[in-house]
Design a binder for this molecule. Structure first.
Ligand SMILES: [Zn+2]
Length: 260
């Protein structure tokens, strides 16, 4: 069986679209997002939402920290901060975030895939299998990675440069022959600007000590869990630079350059 067929089969176990989301008795808590990727692109790197508050909306997801101090990944009830040295650290509940998306992960689709698969094949297989490209998919993967290439954004000082400038000098790290976890989302094309259209995934080693924002990988022995939701609750800042930022322009090109 090809990986495409494995995903299609997994999604088809939900015979009707109606029970694609959550079966009766399992509440869909949906996604919670603070601010927008578009604001982050414009250098709005300070938010008012603490990790203490964020944790009330979910224990699974990704994002960043005030002053753009690294990449955030959360799963199994724990949050981690992956700083520009590529290492992972525990997150203080008092730390704040300018952008994050989280949820209480409750997967309804599972695929076990032992053979080698790369980042591009993974995205194509999921794209081919999903019953709709217009809803939200959360993905968690536990696998052995031949290699995984990540970046971690470095802490910025004011005046903040736009994200596309930061991304030009981003530290990148390649981990080879490691076990680890991917956490990410597939957002619809129409969500570009609010979030990243398509895939946005972060990585943490099984030792919970290193990782970052995923640029590329090749993996095997993958256990892939997917949670499908139709709900997105978004809150934008009520104070600070966000209110005065010009978020009217098309940022698709910059988002693609900074996030892919
Ligand atoms: Zn990221």
């Amino acid at each position: 069986m090809a990986i495409d067929d494995a995903f299609i089969k997994a999604f088809r176990t939900h015979r009707q679209r109606g029970d694609l989301f959550h079966p009766p008795g399992r509440e869909d808590n949906g996604l919670f997002q603070t601010s927008t990727i578009g604001a982050l692109m414009e250098g709005i790197y300070d938010g008012e939402v603490t990790y203490r508050e964020l944790a009330t909306h979910g224990d699974f997801g990704l994002g960043t920290f005030n002053a753009l101090d690294g990449e955030m990944i959360a799963f199994d009830g724990r949050y981690y901060q992956m700083k520009s040295d590529g290492r992972a650290y525990p997150v203080s509940p008092d730390a704040k975030t300018p952008f994050a998306v989280v949820m209480f992960f409750d997967p309804t689709v599972k695929v076990i895939w032992e053979e080698l698969i790369d980042w591009k094949q993974f995205q194509q297989a999921v794209d081919k299998a999903v019953p709709s490209r217009n809803v939200f998919y959360a993905v968690k993967v536990r696998a052995l990675f031949d290699y995984v290439r990540v970046r971690t954004v470095p802490r910025q000082t004011k005046p903040y440069p736009p994200l596309v400038e930061v991304a030009k000098h981003q530290p990148e790290y390649t981990h080879e022959g490691v076990e680890g976890t991917l956490v990410g989302f597939r957002f619809p094309d129409y969500a570009q600007g609010l979030n990243v259209a398509g895939y946005h995934v972060h990585f943490l080693t099984a030792g919970l000590d290193a990782g970052g924002h995923v640029l590329d990988f090749r993996m095997r022995d993958a256990t892939i869990d997917i949670d499908v939701t139709s709900e997105l609750h978004m809150e934008v800042p009520e104070c600070g630079d966000f209110l005065d930022a010009d978020l009217s322009k098309d940022q698709s090109e910059d988002i693609h350059r900074a996030e892919n």
